[in-house]
Design a binder for this molecule. Structure first.
Ligand SMILES: Cc1ncc(COP(=O)(O)O)c(C=O)c1O
Length: 436
């Protein structure tokens, strides 16, 4: 068997060579912490012993949550099969039942990635309604498969891949009139939305838009699909799902990322049994098209069952309260800085929007970057992230809008760590202002 020490010594360079050299190059240029060799007590540790808080969000329960690890170990100590050739998998059955108890949706489809589950939702909507059109919102990110890319915000993640899936189109973010006009012909299978757009700049859907969305989709017999890949599993502090208090519950909800407890790849498309039976219930053959191979791997379900147990109402409430405190603290600390625009977000899903610096030194050109690869984006968030890595915080630039950095802390993060984070952001913003 390969030794872990050997993998950790050589595997980072092997990634650059054999996986994706561009990602490795970007990470190196940005000064990202790369050679991470340990995860302990919620922190990542690099080869030189520096420690980092991971604000990506996928590790909401930590990289090695002891409860989730113990559940997986226990499962592996049994003789239960890893996978069921009939696909009738008792672990998937139990997980679907627990999801029903926590969310009210009584039909589940499991995949390995968020994109898988989005793809299943698009096909489901077409199957159920037999309508051609599929709407998304401008600024969207739903993954990298063709259905998802067809709904992606315009730009480098979408433009090179056309032609797109026929019938897909985007409506301006928050524009009720445009939504009403697009739905009016009655030929739209579904509208897909993120309750809070992540890559689009941590933008929560405005309340009037949510109300119109719920009402208009109902009126036109269009399925409402909520992509809760980022917002689900309690992150927004509004419930297991961010959409729990919407005037109408979405017909379909997608979750992924933290669903697998930060250890196993797992996603789910949830809907109502009644809708499933209407869509696929008429013949056995069509039921087989709502399917995949490894989505119902027992070990992924075991990890998710443990993660759901950890997602207590107290943890969800803490996300709401701590998130509100963090938002307020960041706002207080940064107000008055000429580079500060606003703090956005809900619960433990937050973004800090900054002004592009107005100085030739603070530019990709000045730092020697090949600017054709950055598509006119702002340098300010990559620069802030770079400064924050050095302070022990792994933040992320929004994929569609590089004037924002986003932070999605692990759920058990100590408040003191967030207090240090607020001070670090304040200091580093002041440093960048000083460069101008
Ligand atoms: C809102 C949203 N939907 C879907 C996806 C796609 O998930 P995955 O990368 O697991 O395919 C992502 C990924 O970041 C996402 O943020």
């Amino acid at each position: 068997m390969e030794s872990h020490d050997d993998i950790l010594r050589a595997g980072f360079d092997e990634y650059r060579e054999f996986v994706n050299p561009l990602i490795a190059q970007r990470a190196a240029l940005a000064g990202e912490p790369i050679k991470i060799v340990a995860a302990r007590d919620g922190l990542l540790r690099d080869v030189e012993g520096h420690e980092f808080e991971d604000f990506h969000g996928t590790q909401a329960f930590d990289h090695r949550n002891p409860t989730i690890t113990a559940a997986i170990r226990e499962y592996l100590s049994t003789s239960a099969p890893s996978w069921y050739p009939s696909r009738v998998n008792p672990y998937a059955g139990r997980l679907a039942r627990r999801l029903y108890e926590r969310t009210g949706y009584d039909n589940a489809f499991f995949g390995c990635t968020g994109s898988d589950a989005i793809e299943a939702a698009l096909k489901f909507a077409r199957m159920l309604t037999r309508r051609p059109r599929i709407l998304g919102l401008e600024g969207a990110y739903h993954g990298c498969t063709f259905g998802s890319v067809s709904l992606m915000a315009k730009g480098y993640l979408r433009d090179p891949f056309g032609p797109f899936v026929q019938g897909t189109e985007s409506v301006p973010f928050g524009d009720v009139d445009a939504l009403a006009a697009a739905l009016a012909p009655g030929d739209v299978a579904c509208v897909v939305v993120e309750p809070v757009q992540g890559e689009g700049g941590v933008r929560a859907l405005p309340e009037p838009f949510i109300e119109a969305l719920c009402e208009l989709t109902q009126k036109h017999g269009t399925l409402l699909v909520a992509d809760e890949v980022q917002t689900g599993m309690g992150r927004t502090g509004r419930g297991v799902l961010a959409t729990e208090r919407w005037p109408r519950r979405p017909d379909v909800v997608v979750m992924a990322k933290q669903l697998g407890g930060g250890i196993m790849p797992l996603s789910v498309m949830l809907t109502r049994r009644e809708l499933f039976l209407k869509a696929y219930g008429d013949d056995f053959a069509s039921g087989e098209s709502h399917n995949n191979t490894l989505g119902t791997t027992a070990i992924s379900c075991v990890a998710a069952l443990a993660a759901l147990e950890l997602l207590t109402p107290e943890r969800i409430t803490r996300n709401q309260e701590l998130g509100a405190w963090l938002k307020e603290s960041l706002r207080d600390a940064l107000t008055g800085s000429p580079l500060f625009r606003e703090v956005r977000g809900v619960g433990m899903m937050m973004g800090v929007a900054l002004e592009p610096p107005d100085h030739p030194w603070v530019s990709f050109e000045h730092l020697g970057f090949e600017t054709s690869g950055v598509h006119g984006q702002s340098l300010i968030s990559p620069l802030m992230c770079h400064r924050l890595y050095r302070r022990g915080f792994f933040c992320f630039t929004c994929g569609h809008d590089w004037s924002l950095f986003r932070l999605q802390p692990r759920f058990d993060i100590p408040k003191e760590t967030l207090e240090r984070f607020v001070l670090a952001v304040k200091d580093e913003l002041a440093f960048i202002e000083g460069l101008q």
